[in-house]
Design a protein around this ligand. Sequence first.
Ligand code: SF4
Ligand code: SF4
Length: 204
Amino acid sequence: MPYKFTFDLSKIPRFVFKEIATTSYHRGMHKQVAKTAREMIRKFKIQEATGLNLYDAVTLLQDLIETQTVNLIEREKFVKTKRRALFLPHCSRKFMDGRCKSTFDSNIPSFVCAHCSTDCLVENATTFAQKKGYDVYVLPGGSCIPKILKAKNYEGIVGVACGSEAKAGGDILKTMNVVGQNIPLIKNGCTNTAFNMDTLYSIL
Ligand code: SF4
Ligand code: SF4
């Protein structure tokens, strides 16, 4: 389910998220994120940078902390995995209409990038991941994940998604015994969304 609010975290430096997750993890704060989220929001001036109200900022930060904490906990297992795939969200394509030249394979189901634009995040991520040996899927939604995992024997999945989708996807991976790493969207809205390519490079 998408968030009922939009956010754009692109103005917040990347190290902030790493520090939030690392601090939460090491202090055991991920177990009581609701209590600590307000403190983090004040410390990193997230409300001022995003324009979100406090309730939405808390929701967003809780999800970010939870998913980034899972990254830290699962990292060691993930680096030992051999068969891996990257799940990208269709909302990060440069175009969401006919200008996107991808094809859609309903059997998988996934968009298949046709590399029509070199300044498209999905194109950049696809090209990099395939060179690293990952299979790449550009998903229309998280409901496609079980079908892909049942058909392929992946051990590790890197998923790019907004926090709410990442949490749902993480639950699916857990039940299917697959190790996951998440790359959060820094701008949501279900169209023209964005993620950080440097984060993707380091996670992959
Ligand atoms: S580069 Fe790929 S994903 Fe991006 S708009 Fe073109 S075909 Fe679509
Ligand atoms: S922002 Fe993207 S990943 Fe999140 S719910 Fe919307 S389409 Fe899905």
